[in-house]
Ligand binder design. Structure first.
Ligand code: SF4
Length: 45
């Protein structure tokens, strides 16, 4: 499990939101373009 410092929480959440908008959308994912492909368990995808 990854841990992040408190001061990183806001920038991290912004990056996750942007990742969801650009690559990993709720209705359509772009796994072949995703930089997290090797780390992601792709549960439910
Ligand atoms: S590899 Fe994982 S994080 Fe990346 S787009 Fe697919 S489901 Fe989303």
């Amino acid at each position: 499990m990854l841990e992040f410092r408190c001061e990183d929480w806001v920038p991290l959440s912004h990056r996750l939101i942007e990742h969801g908008r650009r690559v990993c959308g709720a209705r359509k994912t772009s796994c072949s373009l995703c930089p997290l492909e090797d780390l992601c368990p792709r549960i439910g995808v």
